[in-house]
Design a binder for this molecule. Structure first.
Ligand code: G6P
Ligand code: MG
Length: 216
């Protein structure tokens, strides 16, 4: 029986995925190469340091740890600049309705994001109180596709993995949920998120009832 819903943040609750992409693209461009939208799919849900390593490998660059720390900080500054004007208007369509159904159904909720900026984003959009547990990049040692971010969320809510549904827009995030032993709803394209148990374009096209029926 399902007792909790665990949500990714970037690309599920709010469209910050585009800002991560813009900031990484700018960094790659300054280093003399480009990253495509397709390449970016593989960065979604991946930690800041792991993303930088993937990008540098893509551009054929090997840099010192010192330089990498500097570049990661630069990317984050650009990202923070891009998200600084965000407000509750940036919450993705369907999220508010879906969350009111979640509350009605008496389900517990947790956030499972690898982003160290997740608490800041939640404050900006006024959704901090929507989650009983918040697991972000500062609380984990391994990013997605490792299941840690979701297994910690389940533990903090006091539920077992089999009682959880994960909502994810990233390939790495879908894998994390599956490896954690959870039912995973992929939000995006069925081609990209083939590993998910159920795929929908966004939360707007789902109801809590549809999800719970799919799990049973
Ligand atoms: C999320 C995003 C990734 C991002 C990661 C780390 O998982 O999907 O694109 O790289 O968080 O975010 P941070 O804000 O800590 O750099
Ligand atoms: Mg995401």
């Amino acid at each position: 029986q399902i007792k909790a819903f665990l949500f990714d943040l970037d690309g599920v609750i709010v469209d910050t995925a585009i800002y991560h992409y813009q900031a990484w693209k700018r960094l790659a461009n300054e280093l003399g190469f480009d990253i495509s939208e397709e390449f970016n799919e593989g960065l979604k849900g991946v930690s800041r340091t792991d993303s930088l390593d993937l990008i540098l490998a893509h551009g054929g660059l090997t840099l010192s740890d010192e330089k990498k720390t500097e570049l990661a900080a630069q990317k984050n500054d650009w990202y923070l600049e891009l998200v600084s004007r965000m407000s509750s208007n940036d919450i993705l369509p369907g999220v508010a309705t879906f969350f009111s159904q979640v509350r009605q159904a008496g389900l517990k909720t947790a956030l499972g994001s690898v982003s160290k900026n997740a608490p800041l984003i939640l404050e900006r959009i006024g959704m901090t109180d929507a989650f009983e547990a918040i697991i972000d990049g500062t609380k984990i040692s391994k990013g997605k596709p490792d299941p840690e971010v979701f297994t910690k969320g389940a533990a903090e809510l006091g539920v077992s993995p089999a009682e959880c549904v994960v909502f994810e827009d990233a390939v790495a995030g879908v894998e994390a949920g599956k490896r954690g032993g959870m039912f995973v709803v992929g939000l995006g394209s069925p081609d990209t998120l083939a590993q998910a148990d159920l795929v929908a374009p966004s939360l707007e096209s789902l109801t809590v009832e549809t999800v719970l029926t799919a799990c049973s």
